[in-house]
Write a protein of this length. Structure first.
Length: 326
């Protein structure tokens, strides 16, 4: 019998002292068309963003992905505002402006006035685009990140879900939020985040990437338990990834990926990063290596930051471990 594989590396530190990250956390992920348009939008050329969004149509997951990536441009609110002045009835301009205001309101140093302005912009966009879940997703993100005593998360999630029941990003937001309840309950297998993820995965079509949501829930709960000091951040010590439930959800998600992989989904690389992180934690290096090959350079900060380390270094160390490179 061959010897067992070595324990995974500490995911918060790179194996190579002084090494520099060779990946970038780009919210556009692998959307080349979006990346091109975003560069021009950053210089004020909003007409090409208009063309991109018209072409995106009612692909709600892709639309939200593109709008939020454009909203990350530092001057996005200014350029979207210019666009809306020229085309005051443009739903695309209004939604982009609302998203850009939310991004601004969630940045360090933002004020309650910024949050109120963002909320007003999203509600105005929702009136112009009543079928679009994106303004409600932006409000969900604002509610998730604000500390003004307002708690409308459940209602906002239902606003999104009533327009697109399988909305990928909204389900991830709700999973992260639910994972944060009752950290003192520790590894309770009946925790509400696990029920939510199982419920969403069961309701979704067989080919939906929400099949991976139980793994997302497991990682989000891990984040909470590490932060609370209940779980070890050391993968050689943590039992969070080796229990029966963990093995079941990770096997089911990996089997789904093998059968149903949708590499055309705009947030496909998000799921792959969570799966790769889980497989590294589980010590399944061959499966993790396959996932890292598919991820390529499209790393995401979550979940590599969940052990409290620097996410670039964590991703690089995990990838090197899985691929057997120094």
């Amino acid at each position: 019998m061959p010897p067992p594989p070595p324990p995974p590396p500490p995911l918060g530190r790179s194996r190579r002292r002084g090494s520099r990250p060779d990946t970038a956390f780009d919210p556009a992920l692998d959307d080349g068309e979006l990346i091109t348009v975003r560069g021009r939008f950053a210089r004020g050329r909003w007409s090409e963003a208009r063309t991109l969004l018209v072409g995106t149509g009612r692909d709600w997951d892709r639309r939200a992905h593109r709008l939020l990536a454009l909203a990350e441009v530092p001057s996005a609110a200014d350029w979207a505002g210019d666009w809306l002045l020229v085309e005051p009835e443009s739903a695309d301009a209004a939604v982009l402006l609302g998203c850009a205001r939310v991004v601004r309101a969630l940045r360090p140093g933002a004020t309650p006035r910024d949050a109120a302005h963002a909320r007003e912009g999203c509600l105005a966009a929702a009136r112009l685009a009543p079928e679009d879940p994106t303004p409600w997703l932006a409000l969900l993100l604002l509610d998730r990140g604000s500390d003004d005593g307002r708690d409308e998360t459940g209602r906002l999630f239902e606003e999104v879900r009533s327009r697109h029941p399988d909305h990928h990003h909204a389900h991830h937001v709700m999973t992260a939020l639910l994972a944060e309840s009752s950290p003192e309950s520790g590894h309770d297998p009946l925790h509400e985040v696990y029920d939510f993820a199982a419920w969403a995965a069961e309701l979704a079509p067989a080919d939906s990437p929400l099949a991976v949501l139980p793994v997302i829930a497991h990682a989000e709960r891990y984040r909470v338990l590490v932060a609370a000091g209940i779980e070890s951040a050391d993968p050689a010590v943590s039992e969070h990834w080796t229990g029966r439930r963990a093995r079941q959800v990770m096997k089911a998600a990996f089997d789904w990926w093998l059968e149903w992989e949708h590499d055309d989904h705009p947030r496909h690389r998000v799921d792959l990063n969570f799966l790769a992180h889980a497989k590294v934690r589980e010590g399944r290096t061959a499966e993790a290596a396959a996932l890292f090959h598919r991820i390529g350079d499209h790393a995401t900060a979550a979940p590599w930051s969940y052990a409290g380390g620097e996410p670039h270094a964590a991703f690089t160390a995990a990838r090197s471990y899985a691929l057997g490179t120094p």
